[in-house]
Structures are given as C-alpha cells and as structure tokens.
Design a protein around this ligand. Structure first.
Ligand SMILES: CC(=O)N[C@H](C=O)[C@@H](O)[C@H](O)[C@H](O)CO
Ligand SMILES: CC(=O)C(=O)O
Length: 293
C-alpha cells in the first residue's frame, strides 16, 4: 500500500530543469531554487520532470539525476516531491518509478503513452498499473493532459474502479479545460480520499468551485505567492478578490504569447537571482505552449 502521508494539497510548482549554456543539466542551482520557492513564493510542493521540466526531452540518466537532486535539496524544506516518470517505454517508466522510490520521493505521476496510444480505458489502465507496481510504496497520480498526449479517454471514465486495479492510486493531475469531466471525477469519488490537482493555472478559480483540492502548474514558480492569496480569498468566500487575482493570469498569458512558459519562469528566476542564466532547453525546439488548451 502507498504510505499514507498527508494528502497532497495546495500549490505544487512544476519545476523547470536548469541547464548550462552547454546544454547540460545544471544541478548546482537546485538548492537555491528550493529556497526561492519556499521563502519567496510560499510553495512547498514540487512536480519534477513534467511538461514544464521537459522530462520527455531529457535522457533517462538525466531524469534520474535531476530527480535525485530535487529530493536531496528539498529534504526538510519541501513537503512533497512528486516525480513524473511517464515514458513511451514501459520499462523505462518502471525504472524511473523504482528510482523515485529508492531516492525517497513522495509520489510518482504518469502521462498516457502518446505515440502508439492506448485506445481505451483498459489499455491505459494496464500501462499505468504496470508502472505503479514498480513503486508499490509510492502514491500514484495519473497526469491527464489530452491536448499534448492526444489520449482523450475521459478522466472520469478512467477513475471508475481504478483503485481496485491500482491500489496506490492517490489522485489526478488534470490539465484540461473540460470542467465537466473534472467535476464528475470529484463528484464520483467523494468517498475516496483522492487529490484532485488542477493543471490549467489560468482557470484555477473555476476548478476550485468544481472541487479541486490543489493545483500543479508552471506559473506557481513565480506567481505562487499571489495564487496562495487567491486561495485564501476563495476560502474566506471573498470571490471578488479571488477573481481579481485570477484576472492577473490573462496578463501573464499575453506576456507568454509567442514565447514559451519556460522563458517566463526562467526570466523570473533570473530576476530573483536564483540563477544567472538557464541556458538552452533540453530539446532544441521553439515550440510554444501558448494555446495548448
Ligand atoms: C501545458 C502546460 O505546460 N501546462 C502547465 C501544467 O499543466 C500549466 O501550468 C500551464 O503552463 C499554465 O496553465 C499556462 O497555460
Ligand atoms: C504543469 C505541470 O504539471 C507540468 O509542467 O507537468
């Protein structure tokens, strides 16, 4: 069984992967990055090697080293470190899951295989189950991001009966704008203590209404403090203040137009003195995530 740590809740920053100007992972700034998130942004949970961290553009060995460094530097400072271990190869995904358990991560997350894709819920569940089984003591999160994986199986359908197949299943990271699907996931699993982590930062307020228990996102790297204020406003039912915070995101969105969200995170870390330069990204592409959803 998964160790029943307290549920993952609140904000989770999807970390970017620092690189040197020569295209090597730059582990040396991760300690400062941890301190910055905790002290300046009030964010104590992280999601490593995901979309923002460009985990799928890193080699397996790089992913292992990055994960290890975050866990080591986050010890006694961060609440939870979740490692994304999804890969096209089941064996690689299992290797990363096992490694996450060995280094003492707090959970693993997996996206759907996105080239030769599972065609139905049973295929997808079978893949996830095999990965989860490689780390039987770690909480397991399914990372639903259909706009990027192309796997459109509804999360609500996937979650139906999932705990019988995957006993370590502990939650969903939902990166999609289909709030009907998200709301149904929450509603149909009220008896289970799953984490429902929303992943479209600019729509978080709407997802809170639908029952989100937390959020994972790239913008919490630099808007963590502000978003925590939005969560507090929501808690005290001050919806007009909460909305003001959410509206801020449309400005960020404009800033990100024609660029990559990584660049914005990188620039904010640069301005805050977390590092001098992030250098190139792992894959020499210029793809922008603007308009993914
Ligand atoms: C595709 C992508 O990167 N999604 C991130 C997490 O799921 C979000 O944090 C977005 O970066 C953010 O919501 C802006 O669209
Ligand atoms: C946002 C997020 O969760 C990711 O970058 O994977």
């Amino acid at each position: 069984m998964a160790s029943r740590k307290k549920n993952l809740q609140g904000l989770v920053a999807a970390t970017i992967t620092p690189m040197t100007e020569h295209g090597e992972i730059n582990l040396s700034v991760i300690g400062q990055y941890v301190d910055y998130l905790v002290e300046k942004q009030g964010v104590k949970n992280i999601f490593v090697n995901g979309t923002t961290g460009e985990g799928l553009s890193l080699s397996i060995s790089e992913r292992r080293r990055v994960a290890e460094e975050w866990v080591t530097k986050g010890r006694n400072k961060l609440d939870q470190v979740v490692i994304h271990v999804g890969a096209l190869s089941l064996k690689e995904s299992q290797e990363l899951a096992k490694h996450a358990a060995e280094i003492g991560a707090d959970g693993i997350a997996v996206i759907a295989p996105f080239f030769l894709k599972p065609q139905n819920k049973d295929d997808l569940t079978a893949f996830l189950k095999e990965v989860a089984a490689a780390a039987p003591a770690l909480p397991f999160y399914y990372y639903h991001i259909p706009a990027l994986t192309g796997v459109k199986i509804r999360a609500e359908e996937l979650l139906d009966g999932i705990q019988e197949k995957i006993p370590t299943f502990q939650g969903l990271k939902f990166s999609d704008t289909d709030l009907l699907d998200f709301g149904q996931c929450v509603d149909q699993n009220r008896q289970r203590q799953f984490a429902f982590l929303f992943g479209v930062d600019e729509q978080l307020l709407s997802a809170l209404v639908m029952g989100a228990t937390g959020a994972v996102g790239s913008t919490y790297n630099y808007l963590g403090k502000k978003t925590n204020q939005m969560l507090e406003a929501y808690e005290r039912k001050d919806f007009s203040s909460a909305l003001n915070y959410q509206v801020l995101y449309s400005e960020i969105y404009q800033l990100c137009d024609q660029t990559r969200f990584w660049s914005v995170t990188d620039q904010s870390h640069h301005d805050s003195g977390v590092w001098d330069s992030n250098g190139p990204t792992p894959a020499p592409t210029s793809e922008s995530l603007q308009g993914v959803y």
